[in-house]
Design a protein around this ligand. Structure first.
Ligand code: ZN
Ligand code: ZN
Length: 605
């Protein structure tokens, strides 16, 4: 997908970089996996960490000094990083969790007073910048955010993506941009702000009912937005917004300005009033561009909260989308079972899974693209949490083993993300036990009821409890927020031990979150079962309002992997009810072999 470094390119790239570092008197270079919008998935231009180190995972921070280079990443990526960094001279530095900033401690501990750390301020998150500044200042280590050494070190650095911006239209986009802007301005007023800068791409796409294709899998486009009392300005690269769309935007008092002009526009802001900024959603560079006399108000972007709470109309579109996605999955899985039973077949590989599952989704109305790169891991590959089969390295699916498939689609009416594990051949007793424990974990959280406003990270332990009881744990969060035809990972809620249980993580009606517990046995197999769920109010009583989850994902769970004796009656009841729902909702979308497969797989146990 990008020209990430092969291990033997890395030493030459690092040597050239170190020469530049010496020239600029930089003792350590920090390369976060980030862009000016603090995106999770990066446009090629900002995949500098990948280009320098060869590590392709979506989360990881590179530090290069004169005699050391290391990538800090969390447990999800350790196996992958070990493989990709082998022979490159870049060390894997293991982080206990994705949110950890231990690399900052490393810098503070390993540099001497008077030495200098450089990082591109234009891609450094403001909140992270503050931690970094504080830790380095305490040791009298200098921080420079000006020179973007990567620009000099990276000869063929990719340009900005040129693709067009388009409208997300009714009926799927059910609230107008004028209405959303009015809501946003009301929220700004409540916070005492007259202006608001937004840099996060999903917030911008949501607010203006616009979409693009600048980032793989996320239907967003590169832009900043400045919201003022009577007008809004979208900073987008030339040519991305056609004249007709520009005229439509003008009707909502939305102007279009050059992408590169945002810094100058911020610097020229008048001093009266106050500007609202989200320190986790703007960069240090942006903050530095603002006039020093301007009053700043810091709070979570109001759009982040607004877009996380899907309206009833949006939820209805997601239910329809789940039926289409579920039908595509049934066609895929029934076809997979038929292929595996065919003794005369050509070899089936992990790569074929991605091709086939994407083709099945592409036949469904409203499909736009996959929502992330399909993970299809057979046997030991299933234990690599963010495994990607590649043409150079993948397994043939044959014999006995578990096949883990995590995939999703972007549809005009919603974003999907689902993991199922299927048995190839006959699963062993140990595999069935692990699978059933993961299923118990999924059920435990799926049936939970909790007070409205419960901090999402606190729910994490509910899913883990059935696994903890058996001395088992998994090295990733239990669930992430999911957008509405937007990013497959969105906040503010996060069902994860790595997230702080802050007020902004409160569970509110309308939020869509994944539940995806797992068990991973390195070198053997990996199991994860993932559904998306919707927060619904169960009404108010003496102890306030409570929420429960509606399971949105519609796809059979492979009964061949279940050890029935390990399920309690209520768990078996949940599974039978779930399968009855899957059958009744998907039946009308299927025919022939896929329908027969659905009926068989959803029979009561
Ligand atoms: Zn997933
Ligand atoms: Zn997920």
């Amino acid at each position: 997908m990008t020209d990430s470094a092969a291990p033997d390119d890395v030493p030459a790239r690092l040597a050239a970089l170190r020469q530049l570092m010496r020239h600029h008197q930089v003792d350590a270079l920090l390369v976060p996996s980030s862009d000016p919008h603090l995106s999770e998935y990066l446009p090629a231009r900002w995949k500098g960490r990948e280009w320098l180190s060869g590590f392709t995972g979506s989360v990881g921070t590179l530090i290069v000094t004169a005699d050391m280079a290391g990538v800090w990443t969390d447990a999800r990526y350790w196996t992958q990083a070990e493989k990709e960094l082998a022979g490159s001279g870049v060390q894997l530095m293991k982080l206990p969790s994705g949110a950890s900033v231990l690399y900052i401690d490393w810098l503070a501990a390993h540099l001497k007073p008077g030495q200098c750390v450089a990082v591109d301020g234009a891609v450094l998150g403001l909140a992270t910048a503050r931690l970094l500044t504080q830790a380095l200042a305490a040791r009298e280590i200098l921080l420079r955010t000006e020179p973007d050494l990567l620009c000099e070190a990276w000869p063929g650095r990719p340009a900005l993506p040129p693709g067009p911006v388009y409208e997300h239209l009714p009926p799927q986009a059910s609230k107008s941009r004028v209405g959303k802007l009015a809501e946003l301005r009301a929220a700004m007023q409540q916070l005492g702000a007259t202006r608001h800068l937004i840099s996060t791409l999903d917030d911008i796409a949501y607010l203006f009912n616009l979409r693009g294709a600048d980032v793989s899998f996320n239907p967003v486009f590169l832009a900043h937005a400045l919201i003022e009392p009577t007008r809004a300005t979208l900073f987008v690269a030339e040519g991305k917004i056609a004249p007709a769309l520009r005229a439509i935007l003008a009707e909502a008092q939305v102007e279009v300005a050059p992408y590169a002009g945002v810094g100058a526009a911020l610097a020229a802001l008048p001093h009266e009033g106050a500007l609202l900024l989200d320190p986790r959603r703007v960069t240090y560079g942006t903050r530095q561009a603002l006039p020093s006399k301007l009053k700043i108000i810091e709070a979570v972007n109001p759009t982040t909260l607004a877009k996380s709470r899907k309206s009833d109309t949006e939820a209805a579109h997601v239910r329809e989308t789940m039926e289409q996605d579920g039908a595509a999955l049934c066609e895929f899985f029934s076809g997979l079972d038929a292929t595996l039973l065919d003794a005369q077949r050509a070899p089936l590989t992990e790569l074929d899974i991605d091709t086939r599952i994407t083709a099945a989704r592409a036949r469904r109305p409203g499909f736009v693209s996959p929502s992330f790169g399909t993970i299809a891991g057979f046997r030991a590959n299933g234990a690599i949490m963010h495994y990607r089969a590649t043409p150079a390295s993948h397994s043939v699916i044959e014999g006995d083993g578990l096949l883990l498939i995590d995939s999703g689609g972007q549809y005009l009416g919603g974003t999907t993300d689902v993991t199922r594990v299927v048995a190839v051949g006959t699963p062993s007793a140990a595999q069935r036990r692990d699978f059933t424990l993961v299923l118990k974990a999924l059920i435990a959280l799926s049936v939970a009821r909790f007070p409205r406003g419960t901090r999402a990270p606190m729910l994490d332990a509910i899913a883990r409890a059935p696994l903890w009881a058996e001395g088992i744990d998994y090295g990733h969060g239990t669930g992430h927020g999911v957008g509405f035809f937007l990013n497959v990972h969105e906040g503010p809620q996060s069902i994860s031990q790595a997230a702080m249980p802050e007020p902004q993580t409160a569970m509110e009606p309308g939020m869509i979150t994944s539940i995806e517990p797992g068990v991973y046995r390195p070198g053997q197999w990996g199991i994860r079962i993932e559904n998306l769920v919707l927060n619904r109010s169960t009404g108010s009583g003496e102890f306030g309002e409570f929420l429960a989850f509606e399971t949105l994902t519609l796809c059979p769970i492979d009964r061949r992997c279940i050890e029935l004796a390990l399920l309690r009656d209520d768990e078996r009841g949940w599974l039978n009810d779930y399968h009855a729902t899957v059958r009744s909702r998907l039946r009308k979308h299927l025919s022939g072999a896929a329908l027969a497969w659905l009926e068989q797989l959803t029979e009561a146990l």
